[in-house]
Design a protein around this ligand. Structure first.
Ligand code: 9MR
Length: 367
């Protein structure tokens, strides 16, 4: 990044610091006008944003990326069950409240992630009787949704309902909530969430549907069946979220995924956690970035051809904050090198992936 960009960034930081709270939303909106990804996406009818954690309050340069590019913000981990309720009888609202206040102040659409997920259950929950787990389920949804009513615009009410590998009937993901209610936990969660906030959009958020292999196809079928059942049951459902953690080492058929998306008439479709795992790409950065960018462009071109897709969210914005770093450190990727899955690098510079996304948004507008 050149000297002048650095200077103007510093100037902006100073300017923002000097503004009273009331003027911030306006100042942020003004900043976004000069070519932020959120503006480019908006012109194509797409709300663009990224997930964020409280690191944005410590890393001012990272925060500026959100201010410039994002019109939507998803809480990365801070509204998850185990973050809100680390111990029995204890609630930790601090980080979630801070992110909610930030989104409100800056005029970003807030996506709550995620109310009910069969993964990541804390030990104290797993130790409860099934009757107690049922009580905690209802209490959790009512308490959390009511607290953020009017501030969270979309809730990922149920995250990742399917995982065929668990061997449950219907391919459902196993875990405490499934154990307590069976697959009916999904409908129950949606109804309870609607009762706690009549206006928030309610989403089911699923992984792996983008894949063109046995797992991807099984989860797609599961989602189709679930949505049909929920419709028959009159359950409230506004949005389907597809995470979009693309794994180029696996088989993909973007056109087949887009055809699958077209099945869901009457629902909004959101790409909720987009990134590209570069573990199978060559090490050379220029080559790797070009392949990551191409993957972004091909995927987005296919899904943006579906009119109901109106939201695209990246899972974090800059490479060094991606969850793939945790996987690399834990030896769970094919390579231990620093992953480059996102539109910005660790120096906050736009990468080819940024331009590929912008191009896909512009092409949708022109189509
Ligand atoms: O990014 C999240 C990471 O920091 C957490 O350790 C992990 C477990 O809670 O969850 C990550 O986010 C996941 C999301 O909640 C659901 N889809 C897959 C995401 C990446 O693992």
């Amino acid at each position: 990044m050149g000297m002048s960009a650095n200077l103007s960034r510093r100037k902006t930081l100073g300017l923002l610091a000097a503004l009273p709270a009331g003027g911030l939303a306006h100042a942020y909106a003004a900043r976004r006008k000069d070519g932020g990804l959120g503006e480019i996406a908006a012109r194509a009818g797409v709300t663009y944003g990224a997930s964020a954690g409280t690191v944005i309050f410590d890393d001012a340069e990272y925060r500026l990326l959100y201010l410039k590019h994002c019109k939507a913000l998803t809480t990365d981990v801070d509204m998850k069950f185990d973050w809100l309720r680390p111990e029995a009888g204890k609630w930790d609202w601090g980080p979630a409240d801070r992110l909610a206040a930030f989104a409100e102040r800056t005029g970003m659409t807030l996506r709550g992630h995620a109310l009910i997920w069969n993964e990541n259950a804390p030990d104290w929950l797993k130790a409860l009787s099934l009757a107690e787990i049922r009580r905690v389920f209802d209490e959790h949804i009512e308490t959390v949704v009511a607290r953020y009513a009017g501030r969270v615009a979309v809730w990922d009410v149920v995250n990742e309902p399917f995982w065929p590998g668990h061997g449950k009937p219907g391919g459902y993901r196993a875990g405490p909530w499934h154990e307590a209610f069976g697959p009916g936990y999904v409908e129950r969660a949606l109804k309870r969430a609607r009762a706690a906030d009549p206006h928030v959009k309610l989403a089911i958020n699923e992984a792996h549907c983008e894949r063109d292999d046995d797992v991807g196809r099984a989860i797609r079928e599961g989602m189709s069946r679930l949505v049909a059942q929920l419709r028959d049951a009159g359950a409230p459902l506004d949005v389907l979220g597809f995470q979009g953690h693309l794994q180029p080492g696996r088989p993909y058929d973007d056109a087949a995924f887009a055809a699958f998306l077209r099945r869901f008439s009457g629902l909004e479709l959101h790409i909720t956690e987009l990134d590209v795992n570069d573990e199978t790409f060559p090490a050379a950065i220029r080559k790797r970035d070009a392949l990551v960018a191409r993957r972004y462009h091909d995927f987005l071109s296919a899904v943006l051809a579906v009119p109901a897709v109106n939201t695209v969210i990246n899972w974090q914005l800059a490479d060094h904050y991606s969850w793939y770093n945790d996987l690399a450190r834990a030896g769970q990727l094919r390579s231990r090198r620093a992953p480059r899955p996102l539109p910005f690098d660790s120096a906050y510079r736009r990468k080819p992936a940024w331009f590929a996304m912008a191009r896909a948004f512009r092409e949708r507008k022109a189509a």
